[in-house]
Design a protein around this ligand. Structure first.
Ligand code: UDP
Length: 331
């Protein structure tokens, strides 16, 4: 019988899921990846298939899940995770955050496994407290276009806590703020792949609204380290993981223009409904409880990310749908 710890990672073929697979493989775990490939991409984990301590199930976690043998940990990272995705596939977004986590928790209870769920800064909605700390309950519009994601993630936290208190399942909750890095999907509508893709295709960069809204971007390796530490901690309440270095979207566009050397300009488009005006994590808890803080600044992280996007073929670059919310905007 193998001595390796066994971990199930849902959303394994996605941006974050694939980086987590890499990390746990590097730590000598037996990794069981699961993904239904709606938004995931096998190319992100192709390098893991030859390994003995990696297996993959092409399965929708919203349907009953079974994993043979022992299981020590479950990371629930399956979910569409960008505004354009929630607008295109709202029902799947709700199902994976509700039925999907219910299946994971049931499996965890049966196996005695510890579960860590990917929650999000979206639970704070369009926040009226700044920066956001874990005790803030949020300002979410349940029936707006982001409601399907925000409320699914809020439900996910609630059911996770309920399994912890009622069934004694060991649970951890990470609230992830904007994260970037290699393997982001070029066409997911997120601001970083949108801007870099536009620069590489020689298009103007599209700023939504006047660009005064802020975000705080965390490099993926920092995020993975925070998650790794949280999983192995004994802290049950939610923990923010993100980089507090806040920037306006307008200044961010300027950074991408400099980074890529593009001579394109910025153009302004309508701001999507319920787009949060500002977002910055308060990471006091992560610092104190996990001894964690981000190490990779934006200049370095953007350099690494741009290097990845430059490796994409021109076919991949050009098959992108235009980064346009217009047809999805709900009024
Ligand atoms: N954004 C933008 N241009 C784009 C894509 C996004 O100005 O081409 C803006 C978007 O309106 C938001 C910010 O960039 O204010 C971050 O958007 P993203 O979708 O990356 O993440 P989220 O809104 O979920 O933080």
């Amino acid at each position: 019988m193998s001595q390796k710890k066994r971990i199930l990672i849902t959303g394994a073929a996605g941006f974050l899921g694939s980086h987590l697979c890499d990390r746990f493989i590097a730590e000598d775990y037996h990794v069981i990846g699961m993904d239904n490939l709606i938004t995931g991409n096998l190319a992100n984990i192709e390098h893991l298939f030859p390994l003995e301590n990696f297996e993959f199930y092409n399965h929708d976690v919203s349907k009953f899940i079974h994993v043979a043998g022992e299981l020590d940990y479950i990371l629930h990272f399956a979910s569409p995770a960008s505004p354009i995705d929630y607008l295109k596939i709202p029902i799947q977004t709700l199902k994976v955050g509700s039925l999907g986590i219910h299946n994971c928790l049931g499996l965890a209870k049966a196996k005695g496994a510890r579960v860590l769920i990917a929650s999000t800064s979206e639970v704070y909605g369009d926040p009226n407290v700044h920066p956001q700390k874990e005790e803030y309950w949020g300002n979410v519009n349940p029936v707006g276009p982001r409601g399907v994601y925000d409320e699914a993630k809020r439900f996910q936290e609630a059911i996770t806590m309920a399994y912890h208190t009622f069934h004694g399942v060991e649970t951890r909750i990470v609230r992830i703020f904007n994260t970037y890095g290699p393997r982001m999907r070029l066409n997911d509508g997120r601001v970083l792949p949108a801007f870099i893709g536009q620069a590489l295709r020689g298009e103007d960069l599209t700023i939504f609204g006047d660009g005064s809204q802020t975000r705080s971007f965390c490099y993926v390796d920092d995020l993975v380290e925070g998650i790794y530490r949280l999983l192995h901690s004994d802290y049950v309440q939610p923990v923010n993981i993100g980089n507090p270095d806040e920037i306006t979207i307008k200044d961010f566009a300027e950074e991408i223009i400099k980074l890529t050397g593009t001579d394109q300009k910025v153009i302004y488009k309508e701001l999507p409904v319920d787009d949060p005006k500002q977002r910055q994590p308060d990471i006091t808890k992560a610092r104190e409880i996990l001894g964690w803080e981000p190490k990779i600044d934006r200049a370095e992280g953007l350099k690494r990310t741009y290097a990845y996007f430059k490796t994409l073929s021109s076919e991949e670059l050009n098959k992108v749908e235009h980064n346009n919310f217009d047809k999805y905007i709900i009024r």
